[in-house]
Design a protein around this ligand. Structure first.
Ligand code: NAD
Ligand code: UFG
Length: 342
């Protein structure tokens, strides 16, 4: 019988790509999503790619009673991947309680449910945001947390602590926290991808929407950073590569390969790219000319962060494989597909 994986937030951007990779590897998937930041039609894209439909349950994981009922129906879950959360950094500064409420209550409800129903494997979506501006680059998993720049970032720090304390008290329970750097791109089929609502906050959706004529111009936030070209540097990781890191993590736990009950891995490429390098790479990969201008720094942005990936490469046995040009082209193909651009 196939192993059954619960994917919370599975109709979202990273969750949908991870569902596809899990199903491609022969896992069965049940998704819980309340569709607060995704569309049900994402399931059709998953079916088109994999030939199979994941189970889907639409409800809010903050609702403890519904979650308890869920665990009574789906009795044999082998592992949980917890993506469901709010993720808009700017909004979290304006509405902190919305973020603490959703991101922490969902986590605690799930951990309680897992404990009660004896599911022992848990993968958590953490973020490079926990490092803030690191003292040393590339940043390793053992770098200290810096004071969070936003309530969103703080929810990730607190969540990692909640998971650590839960594991210390329940030694039959295992978790892996994956600290994502900057996920970008879409599935090569262009059948699933990122679906930002309103004006995108993130760089690559803003670029593709500008190229599609939906936005007039891209503002490059900051030209005076202490970086080779003055624009800020991040580690951009292809979303399918990121999805595969989850599959490897699930197999590691199910096969009893974890070195300790709580493991933490950076999920990045190890290479930093500046905003201007991304703009140039996008133009080169797609042949589209991008209207952009240099602009003020965005409040709260850090200068530079990229991952030390050795631990993930050697211990987890996972490595980013897809290059930047292919990734940016996949983001453009997805944008063209949803906008019907030929
Ligand atoms: P997303 O918004 O596309 O997906 C999250 C999904 O969770 C959405 O489909 C949403 O409807 C669902 N959801 C939210 N709250 C819920 C609730 N209470 N009950 C049920 N469903 C709920 O986001 P994403 O980019 O796929 O991010 C997934 C995870 O990865 C998040 O935890 C996010 O914080 C983390 N992460 C994302 C990035 C990034 O740049 N995208 C970077 C680092 C970490
Ligand atoms: N940027 C622009 N113009 C834009 C949008 C972004 O120049 O219109 C720049 C930003 O200033 C930054 C870079 O592009 O230098 C990347 O910005 P994103 O908003 O795409 O990503 P961030 O690095 O700010 O944050 C992302 C996720 C967070 C996560 C963090 C982890 O949004 O959730 O990566 O590193 F915590």
């Amino acid at each position: 019988m196939n192993k059954l994986i619960l994917v919370t937030g599975g109709t979202g951007y990273i969750g949908s790509h991870t569902t596809v990779e899990l199903m491609n590897e022969g896992f069965d998937v049940v998704i819980i999503d309340n569709l607060s930041n995704s569309e049900k039609s994402v399931l059709d894209g998953i079916v088109e790619i994999t030939g199979r439909r994941p189970y889907f349950e639409e409800f809010d994981i903050c609702d403890k009673e519904k979650l308890d009922n869920f665990f009574k129906i789906y009795k044999k879950i082998d592992a949980v991947i917890h993506f469901a959360a709010y993720k808009a950094v700017g909004e979290s500064i304006e509405k902190p309680l919305k973020y603490y409420q959703n991101n922490l209550i969902t986590l605690m409800n799930l951990l309680n449910g897992i404990k009660e129903h004896k599911v022992s494997n848990f993968v958590f979506s953490s973020s490079a945001t926990v490092y803030g501006q690191p003292d040393k680059l590339p940043v390793t998993e053992s770098a200290p947390f810096k004071t969070a720049d936003s309530p969103y970032g703080n929810t990730k720090q607190i969540a990692e602590e909640i998971i650590r304390d839960t594991i210390n008290a329940n030694r039959d329970f295992r978790a892996i926290s994956l600290r994502y750097f900057n996920p970008i791109g879409a599935h090569s089929s262009a059948l699933i991808g990122e679906l930002p609502r309103g004006v995108p906050n993130n760089l690559v959706p803003f670029i593709t929407q500008t190229a599609a004529g939906i936005r007039d111009e891209l503002k490059v936030f900051g030209d005076d950073y202490n970086t080779p070209d003055g624009s800020a540097v991040r580690d951009y990781i292809n979303v399918v590569d990121l999805a595969k890191a989850h599959v490897v993590s699930i197999k590691r736990m199910i096969d009893n390969k974890s070195k300790s009950n709580l493991e933490v891995f950076n999920v990045g490429t190890g290479k930093g790219s500046s905003v201007l390098e991304i703009v140039n790479a996008f133009e080169k990969a797609t042949g589209e000319k991008l209207n952009y201008k240099m602009s003020e720094r965005r409040v709260g942005d850090i200068e530079s962060v990229y991952a030390e990936t050795r631990y993930a490469n050697e211990e987890l046995g996972w490595k980013a494989e897809i290059g930047l040009d292919e990734t940016l082209l996949s983001a453009w193909n997805w944008e063209k597909n949803i906008r019907n651009i030929k």
